[in-house]
Design a protein. Sequence first.
Length: 313
Amino acid sequence: MNIEKLARIDLNLLVCLKVLTEELNVTRSANRLCLSQSAVSKNLAKLRQQFDDPLFIRNAHGLTATPKTLFLKPKLDNLIHQLEQLTQPEQFSPHSSDYRFQIAAVESVYPLILPHFLPQIFKQAPNVTISTHPWNDQTFALLQRGELDLGITGKDIDINDAKLTMLPPTDICEQEIYRDNQMCLLRKDHPALTQPWNLANYLKQRHVQVRCDGNDRWLLDYRLADIGAERDIAVTVPDFNSAASLCCYTDFVFTAPSHFVHLAASQNNLTVLPLPLEFPPMAYTLFWHRDRESDPALSWLRSLITEKTNSLR
């Protein structure tokens, strides 16, 4: 670590750079920073010298970020977030806090779980902000690095099953919110409905699959492999809503958690059928890093989420 070089970095300039990357306008940036336009322009000149790059190019509407600035932006966002954490008081007061929570969530969390606790967050803490991120195969690493506060996704409840799909690192803590079972979604005039709905009928169909944690195979596929069976996956998509929409105009079958399946069926006039296979439930689960166990802001958020999702159990 080059302490001498770090000591020459002006953190105020980095804050100014972050605001400029967000506003792309000197006047708006000056207003947010409570500085004059001249002061922001002088800061930008220093930043250009420090990074040996123009950083922004003027255009008719304000500023355009250079490739160097676009490269720096995510690193700068993470750094400022870490600095915000360092300056947070040991006691968390929701009503007066302006904390910025960074949360990763699997797509089905948005329609199913967020409505149960999101309004209460802003009722108790009207000035906090929440940045959401997609759940992916880097989420645990981001929690470990402190770039995320919390993650929410589905997890197989049996340890042996979790080893096949998603096993958290040992320094990641977890708390179950509720359990859900898998069901099937298909269009109302699907040809499969003319026959008894059993495993043989299910396996005859073509299926749409959601990619989860960068993995195209779900626990269901491992369970089917155990009995010498396999689904015919026609299309793999990145999110649940896309999979449900495909069922509206194709003969694909989508297998997903029942809470999502019933919601999608009501919105898209689709048919819901049980999964014709004995299959364990999955658990929607909160994840956070062990070092944040006693963090007052995160403890408040976890407690609120747990309390408001009790009705889902």
